[in-house]
Ligand binder design. Structure first.
Ligand code: ATP
Length: 343
């Protein structure tokens, strides 16, 4: 089946208590694209997903699938597959029963159901588990069954609401990789909601960051990280070092602990840089601070360095030399790595 584009046009959804969950939201999701919706609790992620699914009707605006207005269609007529955080499997049916449920409802012949079930069990790595009871499965296996069940009727669109949130960290990471692989293989339009920026970065072709029912930024993971639209987005993806600008110097600006290169004509009150762009150097560098802690993270170490501001600087360094706590460290940064942001 060819993939379907999705368009939201000026969608608004308020609840009876007056909460505006989605506010004049317009966006286009390309056919075959995986869109991650990221944002703090209550920003409208799930409501947006439910508007796409047909589980909520917008008060204003339209939802279009492949250019066709589906705003008035309920979920069962939109051809979408859904996966929820809590699996929502039928406990009285075995694995195969759960997977083919939607096919039975659609009166698909038994032989075809069995063929499709075998295919899906293989797709999600559960070959030979068709007769297992749901309570005999691990959390990760249950989520794979939920995914297979959603995919069984060959929906045009796959919608996932925090699909990995109920899993422990290790399993979550593994299933994240598997899900990414699967989404690429299926090349279907997929939208998933997550709190987890790592998940959004790893799985989303683009990420929609929401703030109070609106778009804070819609961009590729790379663009979001490298050119965040504002402070809200920047603080939501990755760690950010914040520098209060104290004044001008010959080549830049004065900050706590030293200076920063800055060539902008305006003098912002705050500048930022990412932890991996601060470099430890034996030369004088730009800033000098005292090491508060060094945390080994495998491929790199994360250092906290006190330069006399409210928050210590975070430095990610691939250099795995062990430094002494309290040691004085020189830090340097490339001019293009220092940026300002809209508040
Ligand atoms: P979370 O990450 O906590 O799941 P979210 O970003 O998915 O949050 P939504 O579930 O879309 O947010 O909710 C957006 C806002 O709408 C919240 O303020 C929420 O309390 C409110 N809301 C959601 N559903 C309803 C409802 N059925 N009735 C009233 N208010 C609701």
């Amino acid at each position: 089946m060819s993939a379907t584009s999705i368009r939201l046009e000026s969608c608004r959804k308020a609840f009876t208590d007056g909460t505006v969950a989605v506010d004049d939201l317009s966006l286009e999701i390309q056919a075959g694209e995986t869109l991650a919706i990221l944002g703090p609790s209550g920003c409208g992620k799930t409501t947006t997903l439910r508007l796409i699914a047909g589980l909520e009707r917008p008060d204003a605006g339209q939802v279009l699938f492949a250019g066709r207005d589906v705003t008035a269609l309920p979920i069962e007529r939109r051809d979408v597959g859904m996966v929820f955080q809590n699996y929502a499997l039928f406990p009285n049916l075995d694995v195969a029963g759960n997977i083919v449920y939607g096919l039975k409802v659609r009166k698909v012949a038994r032989a075809e159901r069995e063929r499709r079930c075998a295919e899906l069990l293989e797709l999600v790595g559960l070959q030979g588990h068709g007769q297992r009871a749901i309570h005999e499965l691990s959390g990760g296996q249950r989520q794979r069954v939920a995914l297979a069940r959603a995919l069984a009727p060959q929906p045009r669109v796959l919608l996932l609401d925090e699909p990995l949130a109920a899993l422990d960290a290790q399993l979550r990471e593994r299933l994240r990789a598997e899900l990414g692989q699967l989404l690429r293989e299926l090349a279907m339009t997929a939208v998933f909601v997550t709190h987890d920026q790592g998940e959004a970065m790893a799985l989303g072709d683009r990420i929609l960051v929401m703030e109070r029912g609106r778009i804070a930024q819609l961009a590729t993971p790379r663009a979001l990280y490298q050119q965040p639209a504002n402070c809200f987005v920047a603080s939501f993806v990755g760690t950010l070092n914040t520098f209060v600008v104290l004044g001008r110097t010959a080549n830049g600006v004065q900050v706590n602990g030293g200076s920063l290169p800055w060539t902008g004509s305006e003098l912002p009150s705050t500048l930022y840089c990412r932890p991996e762009h601060l470099r430890i150097t034996c030369e004088p560098g730009h800033m000098r601070g005292r090491l508060l802690g060094q945390f080994f993270q495998g491929a790199q170490s994360r250092l906290l360095v006190d330069v006399g501001s409210d928050q210590p600087l975070t430095v990610d360094s691939a250099d795995d030399r062990l430094l002494a706590p309290g040691e004085l460290i020189n830090l340097a940064v490339e001019p293009q790595r220092v940026f300002s942001l809209h508040v």
